[in-house]
Design a binder for this molecule. Structure first.
Ligand SMILES: *Cc1c(COP(=O)(O)O)cnc(C)c1O
Length: 406
């Protein structure tokens, strides 16, 4: 029985699965290092549960998108973690980022100037990773931006106290989840030529902007980390796979040695007989074709359960699949359970172990598993389930309680 101070729809976060995925991925990308991507509230899993669990398991490198995410993560993890962020604009507080020892991706010549200004204002030497647009067309330095950036770097190398160390160079793949496509190799070539130019510059600056041999080179995301051998670069930024989900259309998590970390559950709160011809939910888009029973389940688009999956999605109750009928509403949906043995209070698995997968929900909602987990709202409590909280080794002292909710 769950206590009533936990939300009706809740996401159980399996700490053991998370640790096992991280260990499997660290081994898969080796000798490259694993960078754990915990942006967007750890893909909806709860960064305050996920990041400390990974940190306690010995992981030290973390990535987020934005500066506010990075500052929150610093508060969560303390000084002993490498944190980087790459998405910010002219109004972002880069001085706060430097004070919190956040490494910054740099995607425009103007951003490099702003990082330098923040470094001068704070007296803190910035750690920057040049972000190269090698073909995605999203963020990153375009080929035409690179000469300006190299000029700025050369000028900075002449200063008495250069405002930054160039600690890394990075890029991001567009189609690494489709291994047969040629663009991934083309992106690696573009990236590699930028890396060579930067390496030459660092060498000619004689270490004043950082040692070329220390340069952190990273381009792989989850699909690249799972499909490219060897994994390019000396670290890989892995998000989705860490959470035990597959970024590849033709592979299940188990095929990749991964276990889904999130189990989204709710419970039956009403159960009633429904005569043939009776409708279901707003718009009455579903009509019972025979006498049946409807089970009512808390969980709607206010929780992040996608309304577009109405009349398509399925859930599991007592190990059996049942269809969601009628429109998914803001707070609740209806399941047609027929004459199956179902009772009020029964657990309902929306997705995760023992139920459908996040990828199936992605199909039903015409989106992808990434969005299904990330879109869960603040109304859904994330509950850490840790079968092995006192796992010994070089780990931080374990929390004596085995579950923790937020
Ligand atoms: C989100 C993101 C990642 C992680 O991608 P996954 O496919 O979830 O592993 C890596 N790098 C950048 C720049 C990202 O935005």
């Amino acid at each position: 029985m769950t206590s009533r101070d936990i939300s009706l729809v809740r996401a159980e976060i399996d700490a053991s699965a998370l640790r096992a995925n991280a260990a499997a991925l660290a081994e898969a990308v080796s000798p490259a290092r694993l960078k754990c991507v915990v942006k967007a509230d750890a893909y909806g899993h709860g960064v305050d549960l996920v990041a400390p669990t990974l940190h306690a398991a010995g992981l030290r490198e973390f990535c987020v998108a934005t500066v506010p995410e990075a500052l929150a993560l610093r508060d969560l993890l303390g000084a002993d973690a490498e944190i980087m962020a790459w998405l910010y604009g002219p109004g972002s507080d880069l001085e706060a980022a430097l004070r919190a020892d956040i490494a910054l991706g740099v995607s425009t010549p103007g951003a490099l100037d702003r990082v330098a200004a923040a470094a001068r204002a704070t007296g803190i030497r910035a750690r920057v990773h040049l972000k190269i647009d090698s073909g995605l067309g999203r963020n990153g330095l375009a080929p035409e931006d690179i000469p300006a950036v190299l000029t700025t770097l050369r000028a900075c190398a002449e200063e008495d106290a250069p405002p930054f160390v160039v600690s890394g160079i990075m890029s991001h793949f567009a189609v690494a989840d489709e291994p047969e496509r040629p663009e991934t190799a083309q992106q690696q070539e573009v990236f590699d030529s930028a890396r060579r130019e930067l390496t030459e510059l660092l060498e000619s600056a004689g270490g004043r902007l950082g040692e070329a041999s220390d340069l952190d080179v990273h381009i792989a995301n989850s699909p690249a980390a799972l499909t490219l051998r060897p994994v390019p670069g000396n670290s890989a930024r892995v998000g989705l796979a860490l959470y035990g989900l597959s970024p590849l259309a033709d592979a299940e998590p188990g095929d990749l040695g991964l276990t889904p970390v999130m189990r989204l559950v709710s419970e039956v709160v009403n159960l009633k007989h429904i005569p043939v011809g009776h409708g279901a939910s707003y718009g009455l888009t579903y009509t019972a074709e025979a006498d049946t029973r409807f089970a009512l389940v808390p969980g709607g688009y206010g929780d992040g359960v996608p309304r577009s999956a109405s009349n398509r999605a399925e859930v599991s109750i007592r190990g059996q699949r049942f269809p969601i009928v009628g429109r998914i509403a803001m707070d609740q949906f209806i399941v047609d359970v027929g004459d199956a043995e179902v009772a009020i209070g029964d657990e309902v698995v929306l997705f995760g172990p023992g139920g459908p997968s996040a990828a199936e929900w992605g199909d039903w909602a015409e989106t992808i598993n990434y969005e299904i987990v990330t879109r869960l709202s603040a109304r859904v409590d994330r509950v850490l389930i840790d079968a092995d909280p006192a796992d010994p080794g070089d780990r931080a002292p374990a929390d004596p309680t085995s579950t923790e909710a937020r």
